[in-house]
Design a protein around this ligand. Structure first.
Ligand code: IVH
Length: 708
């Protein structure tokens, strides 16, 4: 299958007899198509064709593990750092920028720049100021004259960053390799015919979470009973520091390059040329940029950008101006914390004034009461806002909010609008009172409860109709039991008619019952019943999600399911055993215990079992091949990072120690192994290479001929 696709896309089929050549050809094609798709937004093949190429490459690499390389497109989701992130000093400090908030600030800055520049040219490059977090990418040269991603560092304190390379690799707009051709074409290696820098270079830029990804990921969090992230920037920052690469990959971050650093003291290219070079090298560079010789032009650009802001699909918080020419940059230099040759013009957050007409209380499936302010509609940044979240009772008290209050409403990009302050505090319109949370659930009138140390009020009635409706909607979700026909209107009808009073009742519904509902014909009734019936086979992980145990979302449900294998085993697992599961901490473990200690929940589970729902999952087999053995790692391994090697050893029950002693059983040595290897040789400790380690893990016996 691959060769015909290969030919139709690239025109030169690779010799099937040479897997190495075919692997390289596939990698190159995949990189090219990733670039077209993720950087240029202009794919030329379908997703299916892309998958075909990717699957072929995966198959070849599985068949020839010796040909695996960390910069293969298959390796974007690699292992994961087992023990947090290493701190690494920046090649040069990552500074911040001085801010300008209005035209006067900008004109002042322009005047200072011109004074200091003297006779040197002053031209500005205006770029968007993307609202994410900055990232430094180090590329090292490869023998073929190309380069590859060596590491990615967060800003940290500006001097020392955190090594988030494994996570950065999952960002598809970050090139893992740069071909020699692109390096030559970019011109970055020569300026006026001389070598401008050694082949290593560094690219700095901004990691952003596109609004579409943000919305999707937040919906996911809400389904897991977690508070939604406040804004894409915080979410992006949290994501990049997540220990699970799969989570990072799923969240779809993006990287925009805005700075090229070479190993010469300063970039010999002007900023404008550097951005063009970055584009040629295959980085995503924001297209919305321009150059201006006068500050008037810049002011026009600011207006254009304000108008554009709503349509971008990611958040920006201003415009960055940089002096273009390198000579002028050098002359202007730096203050302690920022370059004098650049400035950030910050937009004020979009805000409007409105009046609170009412406060609506929604009851979620966990019983949580969420207040929402109903506002007189107000136009903010091109969008009409008529509702704003009030988060919780503490927030309402802090703002001293009343129904009738005039308030300032802010929205940043696509985030749910929020009320930031009360405008006329003293003079509330007549007849208004301080708002307080209701004492009973607005739906079932059971007294609400606020647990100690928590900000939220909850309806404690597990049979509350509002909670049931939300639980059914959650259960029907594509990623849970996947019952498409169970939408909001259907749920409302089923609960209003009293046909469904518990999740289990869903599985006793009959066609006759459904036909008594409005707008339900024989066909739609049949479809719904089939979907409900199919969902019985969804398996333990999805069932756990459907049950709505607090903090148990998709990933946790999968981990619990594969660890325990059945709901019966999970139901009796003690707290400590639950905490031993990957990614399960005391909070999640306690929530699971609480769920299974509740009689009503146990009865529900029993009933679901009787109704034929699958309550088992394939159990993961843990190996203990390396139990009781201590390893020391040294040098660089061909395919595994140190962290990955450590993780593999620990997963197989072994221990990894930092120093060689008589108690060490094996030293795993890679390239450029240091004093630890010498010490191991002195002590006569067995030495393995990476292949030897693999053999030990998979077969449990050490290879015949370990390294000398
Ligand atoms: S240049 C020497 N260009 O804004 C400083 N920064 O407030 C180099 N940012 O830390 C920064 N878009 O994270 C630059 N086009 C852009 C930017 C940008 C966003 C961020 C960056 C920086 C912060 C400064």
């Amino acid at each position: 299958m691959s060769s015909s696709v290969t030919r139709s896309i690239h025109g030169n089929p690779s010799p099937a007899s040479d897997p190495g050549a075919e692997i390289e050809a596939l990698r190159e094609q995949l990189r090219h198509h990733e670039y077209l798709y993720y950087v240029l937004d202009a794919p030329v093949i379908t997703d299916a064709e892309y998958d075909t190429l990717m699957n072929r490459l995966k198959a070849l690499e599985t068949a020839h593990p010796e040909l695996l390389s960390p910069d293969s497109p298959t390796q974007r989701v690699g292992g994961r750092p087992a023990t947090g992130f290493q701190k690494v000093p920046h090649s040069r400090p990552m500074l911040s920028l001085d801010n300008a908030y209005n035209e006067a600030d900008l004109r002042d800055w322009d005047r200072r720049v011109r004074e200091l520049a003297g006779s040197l040219p002053v031209r500005y490059v205006a770029e968007l100021k993307m609202d994410g977090l900055s990232l430094a990418l180090h590329y090292e040269s490869t023998p073929d004259g190309g380069a590859r991603l060596l590491r990615g560092l967060t800003r940290g304190d500006g001097q020392i960053g955190e090594d988030v390379t494994t996570n950065v690799r999952t960002i598809k707009s970050v090139p893992l390799t740069v071909s020699p051709d692109k390096i030559t074409e970019s011109g970055i290696h020569t300026v006026d015919g001389r070598l401008a820098f050694g082949q290593d270079f560094e690219v700095r830029g901004e990691v952003v979470m596109p609004l579409a990804s943000f919305r999707k990921a937040n919906e996911e969090r809400e389904r897991e009973g977690l508070a939604p992230a406040a804004n894409p920037r915080n979410f992006a920052a949290g994501t990049l520091r997540t220990l699970d690469t799969k989570v990072v990959a799923a969240r779809r971050l993006d990287f925009y390059a805005y700075f090229l650093l070479t190993s010469a003291e300063y970039s010999p290219l002007g900023q404008q040329a550097a951005l063009d070079a970055l584009t040629t090298l295959g980085f995503r560079v924001n297209n919305h940029r321009n150059t201006f010789t006068e500050i008037e032009g810049v002011l026009g650009f600011l207006n254009e950008v304000e108008a554009l802001r709503e349509t971008l699909g990611y958040e920006i918080d201003g415009v960055v101006l940089k002096v273009d020419a390198q000579a002028t940059q050098l002359r202007l230099g730096y203050t302690g914390r920022a370059p004098r040759w650049a400035i950030a013009y910050k937009f004020t957050a979009s805000a409007g004034i409105s009046q609170i007409l009412d406060v609506e209380i929604n009851v979620g499936r966990t019983g949580k009461l969420t207040p929402t302010a109903i506002l007189i509609p107000v136009l903010i940044g091109g969008t009409t806002v008529s509702r704003a979240t009030l988060h919780n009772a503490d927030e309402i008290a802090r703002l001293n909010l009343r129904i009738g209050s005039w308030v300032k409403v802010e929205r940043g990009g696509d985030v749910i609008p929020k009320i930031t302050e009360v405008i006329v505090d003293a003079e509330h319109p007549e007849g208004t009172g301080i708002f307080s949370m209701p004492e009973t659930c607005p739906d079932c009138h059971t007294p609400v409860h606020r647990a100690e140390g928590e900000v939220d009020y909850r309806c404690t009635n597990v049979d509350c109709p509002a909670r049931l409706r939300e639980s059914l909607l959650h259960l029907s979700h594509r990623k849970v039991m996947n019952i498409e026909g169970l939408g909001e209107a259907m749920v409302q009808q089923l609960t209003d008619a009293g046909m469904v009073q518990s999740l289990a009742d869903l599985y006793t519904l009959t066609e006759e019952q459904l036909l008594t509902l409005e707008r339900v014909g024989q066909k739609s009734a049949q479809t719904l019943l089939t979907q409900i019936d199919n969902s019985k086979q969804a398996g333990l992980a999805r069932l756990l999600m459907a049950l709505g145990i607090r903090f148990v979302g998709e990933r946790t449900a999968e981990l619990l399911a594969s660890e325990f294998g059945s709901i019966d085993a999970l139901a009796v697992a003690p707290q400590e055993e639950l905490e031993r599961v990957e990614e399960v901490g005391p909070k999640v473990a306690a929530a699971v215990r609480e769920f299974f200690e509740n009689e009503k929940n146990l009865a529900l589970v029993e009933r679901l079992k009787t109704l034929g729902l699958k309550t088992t999952a394939e159990k993961r087999i843990r190996t203990d091949q390396l139990a009781g053995l201590t390893f020391v790692l040294t040098g660089t391994f061909p395919t595994l990072s140190r962290e990955e090697a450590k993780e593999k050893i620990e997963a197989a029950g072994g221990k990894v120690s930092g120093s060689v002693s008589k108690k060490t059983n094996y030293v795993v040595a890679g390239e450029e192994a240091g004093s630890k290897l010498t010490k191991a040789q002195e002590l006569g400790i067995a030495i393995l290479d990476e292949a030897g380690l693999w053999a030990l893990i998979t077969t449990g016996s050490s290879p015949k001929d370990p390294l000398p």
